[in-house]
Design a protein around this ligand. Structure first.
Ligand code: BG6
Length: 519
């Protein structure tokens, strides 16, 4: 009987990342919240399973709820058990990681809490070899960020700059979204951070950048020569970025009432994706070279005045309906949402990029909750052929080429092109060339948070947003928010849950003589 080697597929080689991180203490502020349970702890556990978390790495939870070390540890291991992508749960791995879990109960204002934190970290340095390395993770409500940042600085827990050869270790801070709620508040938060940390110690997280398929946008563009030569206004008719979700707001009423679809998804994830699609090739693959190019795109996006906001943006909100065969309430009936709320759960935009590569090419963005399916993709729609050779005489219509980068689910890349239908007559039909990550690599991708936490531990900030990027993104979004303030809101709700969003979203592209690509 022949033995089939595990790595039969050459594409699978090289999938394991090189380990260059040093052990550190990850301190999570707001450690009893949903994010820690659903994402952060499972990510740390998965990294341990994969052998990527340096031995000795430890976790300190800092929050108000009364927990002992043992209770917090049990809670974290339960979270790993429930939410990890790696099933079944492996108790030996959990226990190994659990030995380095501690808890500090304190309010975020209380200086004594930070003193205790320092003692706990020092104890971990000596027992687990974490060498003074600290990764502070802000997973609290954003209103607590300024306090935590200020108190960390005041308590002397932040060593500025990278370690200088002495045995002091490094300090970094990961900041969760939402990063401000408009340009002014984002600038304030950046200024607060800069008072306590150097910019290269700050890791503003956008979990979309941790997704394999989002990272692949750059690889696809710059590791292949054939696509880049048609990636411009001469060849591309329009670009569509779609993020559809079938879920609602999942019990996050108070947060979502403040945010809405524009702040929740466009200000960060969607503009990040757009910048990767539209950027110029970076001079190198290092963090600043990549982010220099992304920020140029964001700066070149045309800011909208009120008249443009009226013409180029669409807001929607779902009413009651049926999703996946189940009746679901409307947004206004969700828990802790105002019965007359005007918060948008759907947004569609037409953005223009004022630069040489993209002048005149619309970038259409659409995102909504409670739509019929979950789908995130980027469609590059190319121009028609210059002569419609096959358009007449009943030969069938040759549709334009569309390149689709499927971010999730069903991750892959598809190219639509016209081909001759076999037979004596000349007939053209659109067909698909389709690449699927799952079929080619046959391996479950790491969760975005695994990649990002590991990168932060390694001091690798390419996949985190820089100060100027966050401000450039907010400048665009703030121009839309201001426009909306001056315009009467549409009659809401204007789409039923389980349908494709308000009809005005269709009009946005039809008015330009175009259509949305079907997802
Ligand atoms: C979060 C938003 O940042 O991203 C959520 O706050 C949204 O509203 C989520 O559902 C989508 O993430 P993903 O990875 O499921 O596409």
């Amino acid at each position: 009987m022949s033995v089939i080697p595990i790595m039969t597929n050459p594409l699978r080689e090289g999938l394991r990342a090189e380990l260059t991180a040093e052990p550190c203490v990850v301190v999570i502020f707001g450690a009893t919240g949903d994010l820690t349970h659903r994402k952060l702890m499972p990510a740390l556990y998965n990294l341990t399973i994969e052998g990527q978390l340096p031995a000795g790495s430890s976790l300190v939870g800092f929050a108000r709820r009364p927990f002992s070390d043992d209770e917090f540890r049990a809670e974290m291991l339960e979270a790993a058990k429930r939410f990890s992508r790696q099933q079944p749960y492996r108790p030996s791995i959990g226990e190994r990681f659990g030995e380095g879990i501690r808890y500090v109960q304190a309010s975020f204002e209380d200086p004594a809490g930070y003193e205790r934190l320092e003692q706990v970290c020092a104890e971990l340095d000596s027992t687990r070899g974490t060498r003074g390395n600290r990764l502070f993770y802000l997973a609290t409500a954003p209103t607590a960020y300024p306090t935590v940042i200020e108190r960390l600085g005041a308590a002397g827990l932040v060593r500025r700059g990278e370690p200088n050869g002495t045995d002091q270790g490094w300090t970094r801070v990961v900041v969760e979204k939402p990063f401000g709620r408009d340009l002014t508040t984002a600038r304030e938060l950046n200024a607060q951070l800069a008072r306590v940390f150097d910019e290269d110690q700050v890791y503003r997280i956008d979990h979309y950048l941790g997704k394999e398929t989002v990272q692949n946008i750059m690889t696809f563009r710059f590791a292949n020569s054939i696509f880049e030569s048609v990636w411009d206004r001469d060849h591309v008719d329009n670009v569509q970025i779609t993020v559809f979700e079938s879920i609602g707001i999942e019990g996050r009423g108070p947060y979502y009432e403040e945010a809405g679809a524009l702040r929740d998804m466009v200000a960060n994830h969607m503009l990040q994706v757009l910048s990767l699609v539209a950027m110029e090739p970076p001079v190198a693959l290092d963090a600043n070279a990549v982010r220099d190019e992304k920020v140029k795109v964001l700066r070149a996006i045309h800011r909208l005045n009120t008249a443009e906001v009226a013409r180029r943006t669409v807001r929607g909100q779902y009413g009651p309906g049926v999703v996946d065969g189940e009746p679901v309430p409307g947004y206004r009936q969700e828990e802790r949402v105002a019965p007359d709320s005007t918060t948008e759960t759907f947004v569609a935009l037409k953005l223009l990029i004022d630069n040489w590569r993209w002048a005149g090419v619309p970038f259409y963005l659409r995102h909504g909750k409670r739509l019929p399916k979950r789908s995130t993709e980027i469609a590059i729609r190319f121009k028609e052929t210059p002569q419609l050779l096959f358009g007449q005489g009943g030969a069938g219509w040759s549709q334009p080429n569309i390149l689709t980068l499927r971010i999730q689910p069903d991750e892959g890349i598809a190219l639509r092109f016209g081909t001759k239908v076999p037979g004596a007559r000349v007939q053209v039909r659109s067909v698909m060339m389709d690449f699927r990550f799952g079929a080619s690599f046959g391996r479950q991708s790491a969760e975005a948070y695994e990649r990002l936490i590991l990168d932060a531990m390694q001091g690798e900030s390419t996949l985190f947003t820089r100060r100027d990027e966050t401000e450039a993104a907010w400048a665009i979004v703030t121009s839309i928010l201001e426009g909306w303030q001056h315009l009467p809101p549409p009659e809401l709700p204007n789409y039923e849950a389980g349908t494709w969003g308000p009809s005005a979203a269709r009009d946005l592209v039809v008015r330009d003589g175009r259509s949305w690509v079907r997802v």
